[in-house]
Ligand binder design. Structure first.
Ligand SMILES: N[C@@H](CCC(=O)N[C@@H](CS)C(=O)NCC(=O)O)C(=O)O
Length: 228
């Protein structure tokens, strides 16, 4: 299995799911702006929109879209229990994947991260923050995960909320979300995926001659002092 990804992009959720499932995969890094892999191969022939994640199966099928990629992994590796098995809970999982993909990823976070977004677009996205995150916080109150147990929806939600640090969104305003993120950060699959992709992200910035955003640098130094 091959995964096309960009460091700390939404494709982080795919890596988390694969690590959780204990699956070996080949990770191919894509440079978003140039639409090339870091080895120089064109990425547009792989995905015409140039978006990650793309999962390529061993028999050459390509799966795109976070919700589909994540559900594919959950169903290909059922022993990892990354998705529920009963119909009602599967529907709930799909609701969450859809909520994260549309209400959070695309409506709120993507425009805030897009250097080309206009002030109006950013203002529109910011105007959605309180309702979307307020509602999410109310759903997470008293729960460890979105469903009864950890699922691919948590992996996707983590990858998206993890961008808050480089946006004006301050997650500590919603203690239930803050606690949820702190809990997930401790999960071995997530800790490993974040640490690895942070290194790749720093290398990506260095290649482009860009500085590490101050908020990210401070998180990296907090993490290294916590690790001794
Ligand atoms: N609807 C797609 C969105 C994927 C997406 O937005 N990927 C971003 C990274 S988080 C990307 O590849 N951006 C590159 C670009 O916009 O050119 C999905 O859910 O997979």
């Amino acid at each position: 299995m091959k995964i096309y990804f960009s460091p700390l992009a939404c494709s982080l959720a795919t890596r988390i799911a694969l690590y959780d499932a204990g699956v070996d995969a080949t990770f191919v890094e894509v440079d978003g702006p140039s639409k090339r892999t870091v080895d120089g191969a064109a990425f547009l022939p792989v995905h015409g929109l140039g978006l990650v994640p793309v999962l390529e199966t061993d028999d050459g099928r390509r799966i795109t879209e976070n919700a589909a990629v994540l559900q594919y992994i959950a169903s290909a590796y059922p022993r990892a229990a990354l998705a529920p098995k009963d119909a009602a809970s599967i529907t709930e999982l799909q609701s969450w994947l859809s909520f994260v993909g549309t209400e959070l990823h695309k409506a709120v976070y993507f425009p805030l991260l897009d250097k080309h977004a206009s002030a109006e677009v950013r203002a529109y996205s910011l105007s959605k923050v309180d309702t979307r995150l307020g509602w999410l916080a109310s759903q997470l109150e008293g729960r460890d995960f979105l469903l009864e147990t950890f699922s691919v929806a948590d992996a996707y939600l983590f990858a998206v909320l993890n961008w808050s640090v480089v946006t004006p969104i301050v997650l500590s305003r919603w203690p239930a979300i803050d606690r949820y993120m702190a809990r997930l950060r401790e999960r071995p699959s997530i800790a490993r995926a974040v640490a690895e992709e942070m290194q790749l992200y720093m290398r990506e910035l260095a290649r482009r001659g860009e500085a590490l955003p101050a908020a990210v640098a401070s998180r990296v130094s907090q993490a290294s002092s916590a690790n001794g």
